[in-house]
Design a protein around this ligand. Sequence first.
Ligand SMILES: [Zn+2]
Length: 459
Amino acid sequence: MAKRVIVRGGIISTDSDVFRADVVIDGEVVSALTTDSSGVEADEVIDAGDLLVVPGGIDAHTHFKDPDPNEIEGFYYGSLGAVAGGISSVVEMPQATPVASESSHIMEKIRIGEEKSLVDFALWGAAINQDLESIEEMIDAGVVAIKSFMAGSSPGFPRITDASMYDVFALLADTDIPYGLHAENDELLQDGIATLQAAGENDPLAHADSRPPVVEAEAINRAIFFAEETGARAYICHSSTVSGLELVRQAKERGARVEVETCPQYLALDTDDLVRLGPFARCAPAIRERDEVELLWSYVQDGTMDTIASDHCGYTIESKEAGRDNIWNAPLGLSGIQTMLPAMLDEFIHKRDLDFTDFVRVTSTNPARIFGSYPRKGTLRPGSDADIAIYDLNASWTVTGSDMLHRNKWTPFEGKTIGVRCVRTLVRGATMYEFNGEHVIHGNAGHGRFINREYGTGG
Ligand SMILES: [Zn+2]
């Protein structure tokens, strides 16, 4: 007999409904939702009275970097950060050593993930101007999406040429596989950096000034155009500007196959945080001014924004400190997998009066739909994986790096107070993480399972 667990008494939200129910879990899957489970025998009862119970978060954009000789992050520590924030699966980016651009690299990442990860994981493959056959072979190996950089921005990950990018779009046109783009215009970007450096501007705001919204919007425009010309599906990573999102909104109205992501750093932080944290807030695109941040929320509200993902990129403290006196010396990327969902729930529910269903839609259901794991993931209904995050909506805590479980103990939310805490995360029926005043890890490395694009329909 499979172990039976009951999550009793919580407020449940899916992407469409909020209701009170007990969740009955048999083994790895939800077997029933019932208003009264008092007569049901169980091996374990989790008391969720007054807590929020939602489908586990799916982080569509995370960098665990394995294989990683530089100890930036890895499947083990990265997934500890994930479960401590309510994330039960990730779609992991191809930055690694080497960059995952061939099927042999994908197979190696699957092996490492299945050995080390606590959360389920899907994989992105990289398009870096290689032959299309390599991309087809990565798809055969099970990647759920393909990623390119339109600008030179990530060490070791060459930017794609327009010609190669067009070819990849054409290759993917007959599939549902999203083509994810880091959308920034390379020439505008390099020119912006060179101009500011030549003027001796080395302070944190020079970073933001070097890549203003037009740098991003132009590239989004080009990506949408290629997607519409070929009929393929574009996924715009980490959007941060109104001008770019307006292009996406219009494209969606025309029926283009385009989806768009943003990150907590573009919805909750602003240039004051960039000034305050310096290198520890340097990322690409840059963190924006408060007016832009506020306007971004209207695209979350009206449904234009499809997903919120962390873009977790946990560089070492040492490497970030190198940019203390000269912002250009700090690597681009923020660690954020642990803080993402509590910080976003705090914004949605306490600060902006959005609905639980909106939160679930962009952090779980939409990523599951876009990357092929719906309805086994991204919802809570009989037959779904019992991937569950439980939140205390009245638990205020002040974020500090030493509280992070991912490998490198720093956070761009340093010093911020968040009014929501993740108190438990289940991955396929098993509690991986619990907060009882302290972090408690119950799960083992290797619990995580590789999920391919057919996972949602039983493959
Ligand atoms: Zn990224």
